[in-house]
Design a protein around this ligand. Structure first.
Ligand SMILES: [Zn+2]
Length: 86
């Protein structure tokens, strides 16, 4: 084996290890992303989106309600306020 040949092998192994690490990291990140992607539906306009993308949240007896916009959250608050007054 020549010095030149060793150099090529060495670089190749570094590349393989680097690619393996990058791939593993990518898989872990992708899995974490999926775990964090919890769907929520805006009860006002019916739009579905990821919870972490919610513009506004409102606590309800059934847990947190997620809204696509502050406007929808306001509409929801107004509606529940009217129902409570009835
Ligand atoms: Zn909405």
């Amino acid at each position: 084996m020549t010095a030149g040949g060793w150099k090529v092998d060495y670089t190749l192994w570094i590349t393989i290890v680097f690619l393996a690490l990058t791939g593993a990291l990518w898989l872990v990140r992708r899995r974490a992303h999926r775990a964090g992607a919890v769907e929520a539906t805006d009860p006002v306009c019916g739009v579905s989106f990821e919870r972490r993308e919610a513009e506004a949240t409102e606590p309800t007896p059934n847990g947190e309600t997620y809204f696509c916009s502050a406007q929808c959250a306001r509409t929801f608050r107004d509606r529940s306020g009217q129902e409570a007054a009835r």
